[in-house]
Design a protein around this ligand. Structure first.
Ligand SMILES: [Fe+2]
Length: 368
């Protein structure tokens, strides 16, 4: 698994992306051989089927792309996911990056840049960005360094996993396969919700051979439910989760379930950014999260202001009249944008650690 390429090749593997505020490489420890991400060797992309927003009954302009969700697709090779898994399971990651909440007992957040150089390079590589963007139908970049490969972790003993499989099989026999009641696996891990960020890519890092359930249920505009099966090892799904109400159904019967969740936003500063921090503030190092959010939002203000300034100067140079209504509309939009940023940056003392407020979406039973 480990191979030793010279340092110079590592730096070629993820060139500086000047359009992103995340332009630095992770610190490498002197004397420790770290596997280097190589897109030729570690990406194993297969094109999946995709559901469009219009397939779910939404207008194309509801979100930032006409794409709603992909079916699971191979993204990384087994070798790559095993390296990622080994980085996640480092004791130092557990010690310094573990968070838990009323919604998820065991999460690892914000570890990649400092502790997981392979994972960090994999998600920052332009070829990975190109694949995710192509499938998402819009040019995307990871939301920030802090949101690279957030981990949801569930580890059970073989006895617990076996007991879940037996209970599931017994329930199916008792109720019949077509029961409208659903089974334990149809109960959600988290209730109906929308995500904080525009897009999400969920990658499975565990062997799912014995896993039962684990699908994502999504709601159409009319309120019907569609189930998308969960990804298997090395596979991923992409979902426009900010705009689609969804829930993750329980996964039973597997000893280990590790999913890596990377969030994305449009690369263009001129596309809308409806990102909120509601679901992440209580489970984050707020220092890192706020720096990431404030930096890229300021960068967007800079780019949008520069464009308006240049258009205004060009207009004047052409001898045209000042367009009062247009400029006032621009200023109004900028004020809204800044107010939004301000609302999301909540004072540290007001953030309840580990408590995520759930949203009230009328329930729909997810039948089989
Ligand atoms: Fe979600």
């Amino acid at each position: 698994m480990a191979h030793s390429k010279p340092e110079v090749e590592a730096s070629r593997a993820y060139p500086h992306d000047s359009s992103s505020p995340m332009g630095t490489q992770p610190p490498q420890r002197v004397g420790i051989q770290v596997p280097q991400f190589d897109p030729v060797k570690h990406l194993a992309f297969q094109v999946p089927k995709t559901l469009m927003m219009s397939d779910l009954g939404f207008a194309d302009d509801v979100g930032v792309s006409p794409v709603a969700v992909t079916y699971p697709f191979q993204l990384f090779t087994r070798e790559a996911t095993q390296i990622m898994r080994s980085e996640v399971l480092k004791p130092e990651v557990r010690e310094s990056c573990t968070f838990s909440s009323n919604i998820a007992a065991n999460q690892l957040r914000g570890y990649a840049k400092e502790h997981a150089p392979f994972t960090y390079a994999a998600w920052r590589h332009p070829k990975t960005h190109a694949i995710v963007s192509k499938l998402a139908g819009v040019d995307l970049i990871p939301w920030s360094d802090y949101e690279i490969a957030h981990i949801n972790l569930s580890v059970k003993t073989e006895e617990q996993a076996q007991a879940e499989r037996e209970a599931h099989n017994a329930q199916r026999l008792h109720e019949g396969e077509g029961s409208a009641q659903g089974t334990e696996k149809d109960k959600p891990v988290v209730g109906w919700h929308t995500d904080s960020y525009p897009f999400v890519c969920v990658l499975m890092l565990s062997d799912c051979t014995d896993m039962i359930g684990g699908e994502t249920a999504i709601r159409t505009a009319k309120g019907d439910v569609i189930r998308v099966r969960g990804p298997t090892e090395g596979c991923a799904i992409i979902l426009q989760g900010r705009y689609i109400t969804h829930q993750a159904l329980r996964a039973l019967g597997a000893k280990e379930r590790i999913t890596a969740v990377t969030s994305w936003r449009p690369r263009s500063p001129f596309l809308k950014d409806d990102s909120v921090l509601r679901t992440v503030r209580p489970v984050s190092d707020l220092n890192e999260l706020y720096y990431d959010f404030a930096e890229y939002r300021l960068k967007m203000i800079e780019e949008r202001s520069r464009r308006e300034y240049e258009e205004l100067r060009a207009r004047r140079a052409r001898g045209e009249k000042f367009n009062t209504l247009e400029h006032k509309a621009f200023l109004g939009a900028m004020a809204d944008f800044m107010n939004h940023t301000n609302r999301e940056i909540v004072e540290e003392w007001m953030v309840p650690k580990g408590y995520i407020e759930t949203i009230d979406v009328p329930d729909v039973v997810v039948g089989v």
